[in-house]
Write a protein that binds this ligand. Sequence first.
Ligand SMILES: Nc1ncnc2c1ncn2[C@@H]1O[C@H](COP(=O)(O)OP(=O)(O)OP(=O)(O)O)[C@@H](O)[C@H]1O
Ligand SMILES: [Mg+2]
Length: 388
Amino acid sequence: MIKKEKSFIMEQQDKKLREQLSKIKHKILVMSGKGGVGKSTVAVNIAVGLSLQDFMVGLLDVDLHGPNVPKMLGARDLKLSRRPDGRLGAIKYSPNLKFLSIEPLLPSEDTAIIWRGPIKHSAIRQFIGDIDWGELDYLVIDSPPGTGDEPLTVAKTIPDAYALIVTTPQEVSLIDVKKAIRFCQKIKLRILGIVENMSGFICPHCGKPVDIFKKGGGQKLADELGIRFLGRIPVDPRIVDTGDAGKPLIAAYPESVTAKAFEELVRNIIVATEEMKKDILEEKFMRIAIPISTPSKIETDPEKFELFALYDVENNKILVKDVVKKAENQGLIDFLKEQVVTHVLLFDPPKELADYLSQNEIKVLVTDTSTETPDSLIEEYLKEKQLH
Ligand SMILES: Nc1ncnc2c1ncn2[C@@H]1O[C@H](COP(=O)(O)OP(=O)(O)OP(=O)(O)O)[C@@H](O)[C@H]1O
Ligand SMILES: [Mg+2]
């Protein structure tokens, strides 16, 4: 009985979460392989930059250990607002920028907290599901360093989030990028691109760029890995000052070289997010699900659909393969939407099922053999697709 009630509550929560997420057009998770490369700085400046372009933007700080978005925005005193319907709203920073961080929810700002994995997980889910963010064009999510619980929870909670990877030009940092990219692939997070921060130097006296540090590694790496290079931000001492003073550089010194670099980054992000959407429409990116009974056998009975092999395909090449289980009480469409599946490959599906999927904007691929392995079915499909 208790178990049943609990699952009812969780179902309601999931529903709320999905409703909220469907109102957000693009979700961007700012991450990196290691700490201190400027994720929060980049997250705050692109959120402000996007809001200055008249987009509706949300900025979410999921760094539960050291949240610093409120400080960087100079908004530590702003409090959460309660809506007439009792829900909490994100904090309004400007007419079109809202943010949320764990900090305003803590008794004192210096409280050291120890979060365990499951608590982190539910806190982050609540940040997104229980808080009213309204309609947004962009939700920018700042995460703590590395490949830990937080980015994993975000990826699980927001399967259609894109990863924006921040790096610095040093060799070690580039190794960390490769680690972050592998992590993204493992958790099926599509990569928006990389940003090279602290690339080149802006002279504090004349405000002009000086090339005393190494730069350019990010571009080379992006080319090598076939991902987008979204821009480089120079080392600029004013970034530290503006971060401490609570006025993001892009707004504080709009005419500076560094603000221009952030603006270019913002423009590239806008283009890249649109491209990511277009890639799905044009089938350059597909996430194909195949119901399976065992890893090597397709499930033919719709009543028994529970395990699914998922394939991320980009430009006709399989990037990642994974097996995911649908919860018993979850509807098929809900599950497929949650996994951001674009295509389902089925053996001789009943017409109602195929129609039902198409009505929900999931494309149906049909096979007439049930004896081949899911892997070879996919490969055959891709081969055929290439011929056309
Ligand atoms: N381009 C830059 N020029 C000068 N200083 C910078 C630049 N980018 C970031 N910084 C400074 O470097 C420090 C670390 O930046 P930030 O907090 O954004 O990194 P982070 O990746 O979010 O760190 P953490 O991993 O701890 O979350 C800050 O003091 C910030 O002001
Ligand atoms: Mg940070």
